[in-house]
Design a protein around this ligand. Structure first.
Ligand SMILES: [Fe+2]
Length: 435
């Protein structure tokens, strides 16, 4: 009996495979944009170390972090180890080289660049999109090329990843994270959850990404040069099977966050308030999604009670721009509040608008293809297009922000662009009398 047991044990050792090799490496901002968190995956338990430095070959700095065991909720209960290491006290305006892993295996060599010391003179440039999957990730090759030519400071992925991260016992999530390593290992890849992340209470999303704050990446905010970014989970309005606590917590957190961001000193430093969340308040796609309804949950609050709607709050704090996804298309709205178009003027609609501007950009590419629009464009919709693509945002300074939409179908052609100009970033409800 003992001999048999020993034989089985030695045979199992013969066939054991170790997975210490780091993969799925990606970056995110920590408590500030001068802190970078490196996150990666192994399939065997090991330490978490990043060796880094400004010199490509020496890399004299070393940081250690945490290793967390993650068990996927699928029937195979697959196990992976998520490694997180914070790099802080980074020197501004520098190119850092790094690899991550442990003495049992190191990743390839990657690099990232840090922002300038004086944020007020910085014009951050981002690519923003939602709804990119493992299959048919059409925009990814163009983004990989652009990121590696160092044109972006960060990327924001506005929900719906992989389709889905938990599919095939989370193997689809693994492969998707390997795909995006080619961009996300070079620039912070900031995220928020979408409906495709909801399985097992968003556990794959929460485990794989490392967003700022202590809400496991479901909602958070960060400052980036002249921008105060706010990431939201719209899914708290649609997944009551996980309870309503998250919705209430997020709502009161958001009110506090916007209040703090609107204090004169803070708004002076970071005048642009830009929110991003997955499911839009408005859309004019030819489908039955909630954004086709007049009173969407996110805009007006939960059904019947009308509690926790966000549009009024955005208006009250003068949110400049709201970016959404979920619809697999691009749509730019006129400045709008409660279906009223509140343009700055007839000739300059986006110059000192009197309401938040909404953009829906969910056509990066996924297995569900793109979404068509209704035959008639509503009066609050300014531009619509169903090409695959993504949005570029550059905050040039405190008053001028430039947006453009890139069509991947048309070989990178810019199919839409606007200058959003706000000379005073104030609450919009102060301006209602000007309507
Ligand atoms: Fe979605």
């Amino acid at each position: 009996m003992l001999l048999t047991a020993l034989l089985v044990l030695s045979l199992s050792r013969c066939f054991a495979t170790n997975y210490f090799q780091p993969e799925q490496i990606h970056l995110s901002y920590g408590a500030s944009i001068y802190d970078i968190v490196v996150t990666w995956t192994t399939y065997s338990d090991c330490k978490s170390t990043v060796e880094y430095g400004i010199d490509e070959y020496e890399r004299p700095l070393k940081a250690h972090g945490s290793t967390t065991k993650f068990i996927d909720g699928g029937p195979e209960r697959r196990v992976m180890y998520i490694h997180r290491v914070l790099l802080n006290n980074l020197t501004s305006s520098s190119k850092y080289f790094y690899h991550c892993g442990s003495d049992l295996g190191w990743s390839a060599l990657f690099w990232f660049t840090t922002p300038p010391k004086d944020e007020s003179k910085w014009s951050p440039h981002l690519a923003i999109y939602g709804d990119m999957g493992n299959e048919n990730a059409q925009s990814l090759a163009r983004l990989q090329d652009e990121v590696q030519r160092n044109i972006y400071d960060a990327i924001i992925h506005v929900g719906d990843f992989a389709y889905d991260m938990d599919s095939d016992n989370a193997r689809v999530g693994d492969e998707f994270m390997r795909q995006i390593e080619t961009v996300a290992a070079y620039v912070p890849y900031m995220t928020c959850p979408g409906n495709h992340e909801q399985t097992y209470n968003f556990s794959n999303y929460r485990a794989r990404f490392s967003m700022p704050g202590d809400t496991e990446g479901l909602w958070y905010s960060f400052d980036m040069g002249p921008i105060h970014f706010v990431a939201l989970s719209t899914e708290v309005y649609y997944n009551f099977n996980y309870g309503m606590k998250q919705l209430v917590k997020q709502y009161y957190w958001l009110e506090e966050d916007l209040k703090r961001a609107s204090e004169p000193d803070n708004r002076k430093k970071h005048p642009w308030i830009i929110t991003y969340g997955h499911r839009p308040m408005y859309c004019s796609n030819n489908d039955f999604d909630d954004c086709r309804q007049h009173s969407t949950f996110v805009r007006s609050g939960i059904p019947f009670l009308k509690w926790f709607g966000l549009e009024e709050m955005f208006h009250r704090y003068g949110v400049d721009l709201s970016i959404w996804a979920h619809e697999h298309s691009y749509e730019r709205l006129w400045p709008v509040y409660d279906y009223r178009v509140l343009n700055g003027s007839i000739s300059q609609p986006y110059q000192n608008p009197k309401a938040t501007v909404h953009i829906i950009t969910g056509s990066a590419g996924c297995s569900e293809r793109t979404d068509p629009f209704t035959p008639i464009k509503p009066e609050w919709s300014a531009f619509r297009n169903s090409d695959y693509g993504y949005t570029k945002v550059k905050a040039w300074n405190d008053t001028h922000l430039y947006l453009e939409q890139v069509s991947d179908d048309q070989d990178g052609k810019v199919i839409d662009s606007i200058w959003l100009v706000r000379e005073r970033h104030e609450a919009f409800d102060n301006l209602d009398h000007l309507d």
